[in-house]
Design a protein around this ligand. Sequence first.
Ligand code: ZN
Length: 402
Amino acid sequence: MERLVLRNANVLDGEHPAVGGRTVVIDGDHITAVGEEGVAGVEAGDRVIDLGGRTVMPGMATCHFHSTYRDLGATQAPYGSEFPPAYMALLSHQNLMTALSWGYTTVVGAGAGQDVEPGVKQAIESGLVPGPRFVPSGRELSTTAHGNDVVPWYWDMPASGAVRICDGADGFRVGVREQVKRGAEVIKLFVTGGHGVLAPKDRIELTRDELAAAIDAAHEKDVLIRGHLVNKRAIMMAIELGIDIVDHCDDMDDEVIAALVATGTFVVPSIYFPKVFAKIFPDNDAALAHMYDVLPKAEAAGVLLLLGDDYGATMFPHGSYGGELHTYVEDASIAPLAVLRWATVNGARLVGRSDELGTIAPGKLADLLVVDGDPSADIAVLADCPPVAVIKGGEVVAGALH
Ligand SMILES: [Zn+2]
């Protein structure tokens, strides 16, 4: 098989500042060499591309993704019951392809309708359809009458398409195991209200015993577990009990930051959604100002921050991912290079594949982006248009290399 040689590249390896004039050599699905011109010689049959100073960076990971959302909230349908399962599977795949075209070669689910995500992953992995590397989620678990338990009782339906009701510690163990059996590799819990959920942010919807049982059951099955966590009391409890991902983390403060660093718990701040909706929900203004203030402290302290947000909600479509990059850099004052590290190194670490993904180095999988400009100097070149080329496992899967 011919090697792909990308020469005259500005390389952002995921961990260090950009270095110009580099050559990246790809053999099959792996990177075999990175260095100065001539690092690996040129062999007969090599496909050599002169990038003219364009940037090569690792493929990104988006780690709070609802693949079955489209115009969520625009209809009266209960959460996750907006479409039949087959339609939802096709929608899931379409949204994953949109993410891939914007440079997200890894996608981690945060809850989806009708248990369709594991089957979509299977279709990608078996070669039936193209797509990113995908960690599928399932229905979101929480207790009877929690904020997204919105099916009227007189419909005599147990739950909606994206929610599975569990009560009691044993109920949560069964719920987690059922999602694992259906193929979920990341379990999502609704732990509190707030941040887009109609219940008040200070409400905790699970008891400590229920939360502990869910986390324990997920880890026993070697899957990730994440929680919609907004108030400090719940955030601290979930960190102490060993949750893998804190979603939103609105009440982050010095004590929360210290706990996150001590335990290595991941956080998806997902503040682009409240920013877009600040005009409609005035409460969001104060919450956003707080996050803009606290996120640089979290970054400086070494919290494992990740990209991802609630795309697919009404007026917040899939494909508008670039607004998130602008928000962290321009509103929260995070250096572009740090945001790129969240998207690459941290994402790979979350999915347990740091040895294969997240940086550009010999031996790693060739999940790479070619970008027209240097996103560590100007995030807009990555945020405002799709990469020139998206390479997954050595193959160009979106855009083109000329
Ligand atoms: Zn979400």
